[in-house]
Design a protein around this ligand. Structure first.
Ligand SMILES: [Zn+2]
Length: 244
């Protein structure tokens, strides 16, 4: 499956009604000036990145957004018993499937952290139903990975390896900005990010766990989902999570 590529930057079109071409002959003059598809979401461009970076140098911005963490369970264990060369393709394939799923739902693939990815929805491409976009992306990640997994691990003689994906999603107000002085690191921080990450840790391989806040916004897609309570690291009170 390939990503449906947008011909113009979705971010610039939404924010400024400016048609910035991303592909083909018409994009060549733009590329001369360094305007090209963003690596965090190829349907947005480097102007979008720059715009936000400039804004954020002045001040951090607070946005209502959805944060998704997806982690490849069992990869760390595997990396201890196998050579890096043998299994590095697995992680690349995992990143690729996550990226495609996230971009199809207009999310930003913000970071890859070891064997996990972090995505943000509602930035820079706006979506009133960003919580739902997050859930759809999570389901697409699970679907894509279970289709891809077998063809990857069998040739490596890893048929017994679990290698499922655990996903956690949460939404709310978060700070988006440049953090870290040594290199430009555009990212989100705050409780919303922490809880999304903890929800991911609580998810079993092949499972998606979402918070109460997500459940409130995406009820129609989560009909019949039975909540469970979890004691999560860094949170005193038990946290209710819903399988999605
Ligand atoms: Zn743009």
């Amino acid at each position: 499956m390939t990503l449906r590529r947008s011909r113009i930057c979705k971010g610039c079109w939404q924010q400024m009604h400016l048609p910035v071409p991303l592909h083909g002959v018409v994009s060549v003059p733009f590329r001369v000036f360094g305007i090209r598809p963003s690596r965090m979401n190829p349907n947005t461009c480097t102007i979008c990145e720059l715009m936000f970076t400039t804004v954020m140098r002045a001040r951090k911005i607070t946005i209502d957004a959805t944060v998704l963490f997806a982690d490849l369970r069992g990869y760390t264990t595997l990396s201890q018993s196998h050579s890096q060369d043998a299994i590095s393709g697995l992680l690349d394939a995992f990143y690729d499937e996550c990226a495609s799923a996230i971009w199809e739902c207009d999310g930003l693939l913000n970071k890859t952290i070891g064997d996990a990815v972090m995505a943000v929805f509602n930035f820079p491409i706006r979506h009133a139903d960003h919580a739902r976009q997050g859930v759809l992306a999570a389901r697409a990640i699970q679907r894509r990975w279970s289709a891809r997994r077998k063809t990857l691990i069998e040739p490596l003689g890893l048929a017994g390896a679990e290698l499922g994906v655990g996903v956690g999603i949460h939404c709310g107000e978060l700070s988006f900005g440049e953090f870290g002085r040594s290199h430009r690191d555009l990212t989100a921080i705050g409780t919303v990010v922490n809880l999304a990450s903890r929800a991911q840790s609580a998810a079993a391989a092949g499972e998606i766990l979402v918070t109460q806040a997500i459940h409130e916004r995406v009820q129609s897609d989560l009909a019949g989902s039975r909540p469970r309570e979890f004691q999560l690291k860094g949170f005193e009170a038990p946290i209710t999570l819903y399988p999605a």
